[in-house]
Design a protein around this ligand. Structure first.
Ligand SMILES: [Fe+2]
Length: 321
């Protein structure tokens, strides 16, 4: 049916958004399953609930319009999801695939944001204040999801670079982290029902049980033996962790933008001052750090010395099990 009036056009846009959200709702569990990084998978899983709420808001708008909720095929979303599927099917290193999945997710969010901005403007012009408000609520959620994916993307890219260094180099990686990146390789996002995780270590193919380095781990990459190094050991005692960090000038931090709500610390790290973590990391108290640490059942694998005998900054947050 042609859009002969602005109200027809608005209805058509709402139908398009309705279809886009429904397509995404079907795709999100699959995307989460393909994300090897726990934080990334959690971001998509959390968005499932949000997307259901967004569909509910669109249904309220249909009601306000006196119309039955109905979809109009959204070709834009279909194309974006097809591209996302291709990304997931490519058999690359999982760290790199995660970067691509996060990027594909951001494309979807920006597409949705554009759709909601346009629809909101139409609703305002048509004097539909309630509809405009509902559309704005969803727009804010999409923006928040995009912010979260942005923060994760920048971490994942850095970690994919590190992971590409290779197993043999991992023992020395702590040193290079200390010099180059200056942060621990782990994270958690535990409050609000999200699971803990960490980040950068490498795993091969396994994508299920976490080894706590943020990836759903492969066998043999477990805790207490970071990178296969015999020089590393696992710490869970708060005082010992503090001591290890303070001896190296490191302080507790979180990755900016990864907390989902107020008072949610987000992904935790150890940051070594003067290194490149300063832009993306924010200092937190040891209490906040250990709240996340314990809540998510984490342990810190550390290396005291490199094989050459120098003090090592190598560290990795892993799951205690
Ligand atoms: Fe959405």
């Amino acid at each position: 049916m042609p859009n002969s009036t602005p109200a027809d056009l608005f209805l058509s846009e709402v139908k398009d958004l309705y279809d886009a959200e429904k397509q995404l709702l079907r795709a999100l569990p699959r995307i989460a399953k393909n994300a090897a990084n726990d934080e990334l998978a959690n971001a998509f899983r959390t968005h499932v609930q949000e997307t259901k709420g967004q569909i509910g808001r669109l249904e309220q708008i249909f009601e306000q319009l006196g119309q039955r909720a109905k979809s109009k095929p959204c070709k834009g979303m279909k194309g974006l999801l097809e591209e996302g599927q291709e990304v997931m099917e490519e058999k690359g290193r999982e760290e790199v695939t995660d970067c691509a999945i996060a990027g594909a997710g951001r494309k979807v969010e920006h597409y949705e944001m554009a759709g909601y901005i346009a629809a909101q403007e139409m609703a305002k012009a048509l004097g539909m204040k309630e509809a405009a408000q509902l559309l704005n609520e969803t727009l804010e959620e999409e923006k928040e999801m995009d912010r979260r994916l942005k923060a994760l993307s920048s971490q994942l890219i850095k970690e994919a670079k590190t992971a590409g260094m290779g197993m043999e180099e991992e023992e020395g990686q702590g040193q290079s982290r200390g010099r180059g990146r200056g942060r621990s390789s782990s994270a958690s996002n535990g409050k609000n029902g999200k699971s803990a995780s960490a980040s950068s270590g490498r795993s091969s193919n396994g994508r299920k049980a976490s080894n706590g380095n943020g990836r759903k781990a492969s066998a043999g990459r477990g805790s207490g033996n970071a990178g296969g190094s015999k020089l590393s050991h696992m710490l869970t005692d708060h005082d010992e962790i503090k001591q290890w960090a303070e001896e190296r000038g490191a302080h507790p931090a979180c990755v900016k933008g990864t907390g989902r709500k107020k008072n949610d610390t987000g992904m935790i790290r150890l940051d070594f001052p003067g290194f490149s973590g300063e832009e993306s990391l924010q200092e937190i108290s040891w209490d906040e750090f250990f709240d996340q640490f314990d809540e998510n059942g984490l342990a810190l694998v550390v290396q005291e010395k490199t094989s050459g005998g120098a003090r090592s900054n190598f560290n990795k947050l892993v799951r205690r099990q």
